[in-house]
Design a protein around this ligand. Structure first.
Ligand code: OXD
Length: 311
């Protein structure tokens, strides 16, 4: 069996897979082209087109991340090879930490203290009851559900939204367009963890951002395409003309890296992080990759990606 890996730290993944599957030939995408050919499995994240195009006998593709948007847009992706993706695999916990940090940042007024510090202003801000700080999570897949439960356990009232109905203990789950409007009207912080698909592009547009309460904040560790960036800037306003939103913590952008001159870099109420909310953790992910390969080899049914749905 031949497995070819492409991800930033491919050699660590190669060593871990070789150890777990001693009978397999495990190569990184740096191997010579004639050795890379005829792979049975590709385990990849943001792989170059040629790696997909040069294969002819793939049994499966394993996406080494939660989002398949990049993979599905890669020219040369074969249409007849099943694709699986990492589901949670330790990313839920990383994402939950990132989101909890963002919620606490606004809830405990860290944004206000940062600005007060500019003028050496000593002024404690009121701490509302957590019950008065509902948080909305858009997207209740494996990671979104984990984040929603984590925030609920941290004491925040949590509203979750997905296209189709879901049930999560401790989370008020809403769905459909009406459910989305209902959620937006109530939350102090809205968190976007949806996949990047035609149906989710610009889901937080000007009209929907306007539905958020005055002083609400936006946290986006999902995909840049989910938010209309100009509409977000308009809703944040500036020091002369403050908008109705208080601030944003953004990890993902329509263009990455975020271009140097982009207004989001300069906005005083925006924190920019470089797509680092939930880097794929090696150990948890390796266990999942191995179980996928074993299931493929055993001919077991797997939850594969639907290229039409985009997730
Ligand atoms: C992912 C990501 O989709 O890190 O896993 O963006």
């Amino acid at each position: 069996m031949k497995i070819v890996i492409h991800i930033d730290d491919s050699t660590q993944w190669q060593a871990a897979l070789e150890k777990a599957l001693p009978q397999a030939t495990v190569l990184t995408s740096d191997a010579p082209a004639d050795e890379r050919k005829n792979a049975d499995y590709l385990a990849i994240w943001k792989a170059p087109e040629h790696l997909l195009q040069e294969q002819s006998q793939l049994k499966g593709i394993i996406n080494l991340g939660a989002g398949v948007d990049y993979l599905l847009k890669t020219p040369g992706l074969p249409s007849d090879v099943p694709i699986v993706k990492l589901r949670d695999a330790g990313m839920g916990e990383l994402m939950a930490d990132y989101v909890l940090y963002g919620v606490l940042h606004f809830y405990r007024s860290m944004d206000r203290y940062a600005s007060q510090q500019q003028s050496a202003t000593w002024k404690p801000q009121a701490v509302p009851e957590k019950t008065q700080w509902p948080v909305g999570i858009l997207g209740l897949g494996a990671i979104g559900s984990f984040v929603a439960s984590h925030l609920s356990q941290a004491g925040f009232p949590v509203l979750g939204w997905s296209r189709s109905p879901k049930e999560i203990n401790g989370v008020r789950c809403l769905h459909g367009d009406e459910g989305l409007d209902e959620l937006l009207a109530q939350v102090q912080s809205v968190v976007t963890i949806l996949p990047d698909t035609a149906a989710t592009e610009g889901i937080l547009n000007a009209e929907r951002l306007a539905k958020l309460p005055i002083g609400a904040s936006v946290i986006n560790p999902g995909r840049g395409s989910l938010i209309d960036e100009q509409a977000l800037l308009d809703a944040l306003g500036d020091t002369k003309n403050p908008g109705h939103l208080r601030g944003a913590l953004l990890d993902v952008f329509c263009e990455e890296p975020l271009p140097t001159g982009h207004l989001l870099w300069q906005h005083p109420n925006v924190i920019v992080t470089p797509h680092m909310a939930a880097p794929t953790p090696l150990n948890d992910a390796i266990d999942q990759v191995i179980s996928y390969i074993k299931a493929f080899e055993a001919g077991e049914a797997l939850a594969t990606i639907s290229p039409e749905a985009g997730y």
